[in-house]
Design a protein around this ligand. Structure first.
Ligand code: NI
Length: 254
C-alpha cells in the first residue's frame, strides 16, 4: 500500500534530532509521499530544503495566521519568490485563526487574501488553516476564489464548513482528530465524497488514538485511513489508493 500524508511539519523543531532517519523510515513503511508544510518564512525555506533532499517530500510555503509579525508584508513578498521552487505544490498553510489570535483579525484576512493572489499568479492551489473563523473563511474564499482551489487541512469537524468548502470545489483533509473519542466525526466523514478526500497527520501535532498526546509521525496516517475505511465501509487499501490519487490530482504530481 502507498499512503500519502498530505500535511506534516518535519520542519518543526521537535523533529530536528534524527529527522533524516525518521523521514527515510517513513518511506520504508509505505508512506510514499509527504507534504511538508511551511507556516512562516523559516519553516517554508526548511520545507523546500527537505523536498530537495528527499524524493518523497513535497513542500508548501506560506505565512500562517498564527505567524503574523510586524514584517508580514515583506514576508509575503518573499513567499512569492520561494513558491517558484520546483517541488512547491501549494501556498500554505494560510487562512484565519480566531482561536489563537483575536486581536488582528483584519490583518489576518488581508494576509490570507494576499497569499491567495500569489497562488493565482503562480497557478498553485492553497492549503487552508481555519479555526473558529468559518464565516469569514468561506466569505473570503467566495470573493477571492483560488483558481486551482485547494485543501482544508486538518479540517475542523464542522458540517457547515465542510459543505461550503465542498461546494466551492475544495478537498477536505482529515487528520488524527477524527479518531478522538467524542469527536463524533462519522457524519463529517460521510459528507465528503470519495474523490475529495485526503488524509494527513499534521505531525508532530494531533496524534490519533491510541497515541494521543505523543509526538505524531506520518506512520499514523494509517490510523486516519483506518477510521475513514470503517465509516465509508471500504478496505484500508482502497482508502490508501483513493486518497493517494486525490492528493496527486490536487497537487498536480505526476
Ligand atoms: Ni499544519
Amino acid at each position: 500500500m502507498d499512503f500519502f500524508d498530505s500535511h506534516a511539519h518535519y520542519n518543526d523543531e521537535r523533529f530536528l534530532e534524527n529527522r533524516d532517519n525518521l523521514i527515510k523510515e517513513m518511506y520504508e513503511n509505505e508512506i510514499t509521499n509527504i507534504v511538508c508544510s511551511g507556516y512562516n518564512l523559516d519553516s517554508s525555506t526548511d520545507a523546500i530544503n527537505l523536498s530537495k533532499s528527499f524524493p518523497h517530500i513535497l513542500a508548501t510555503c506560506g505565512i500562517s495566521p498564527n505567524d503574523i509579525t510586524q514584517d508580514v508584508d515583506k514576508d509575503v513578498e518573499k513567499i512569492e519568490l520561494l513558491a517558484k521552487e520546483d517541488k512547491v505544490v501549494a501556498i500554505g498553510e494560510i487562512g484565519l485563526d480566531y482561536y489563537w489570535n483575536k486581536d488582528n483579525k483584519e490583518k489576518q484576512r488581508e494576509v490570507f487574501i494576499a497569499q491567495i493572489d500569489i497562488a493565482n499568479k503562480l497557478n498553485l492551489p492553497i492549503v487552508i488553516h481555519t479555526r473558529e473563523a468559518t464565516v469569514d473563511t468561506i466569505e473570503i474564499l467566495k470573493e477571492n476564489l483560488p483558481v486551482k482551489r485547494g485543501v482544508f487541512h486538518c479540517c475542523p469537524l464542522n458540517q457547515e464548513l465542510i459543505k461550503e468548502g465542498l461546494k466551492l470545489g475544495f478537498y477536505i483533509s482529515f487528520s488524527g482528530n477524527i479518531t478522538f473519542k467524542n469527536a463524533k466525526s462519522e457524519d463529517c466523514i460521510k459528507l465528503v465524497p470519495l474523490d475529495r478526500l485526503l488524509i494527513e497527520t499534521d505531525s508532530p501535532y494531533l496524534s490519533p488514538e491510541p497515541f494521543r498526546g505523543k509526538t505524531n509521525t506520518s506512520l499514523n496516517v494509517k490510523l486516519v485511513a483506518k477510521k475513514i475505511a470503517e465509516v465509508k465501509e471500504l478496505s484500508l487499501s482502497e482508502v490508501a489508493k483513493i486518497t493517494n490519487e486525490n492528493a496527486k490530482r490536487i497537487f498536480e504530481i505526476k
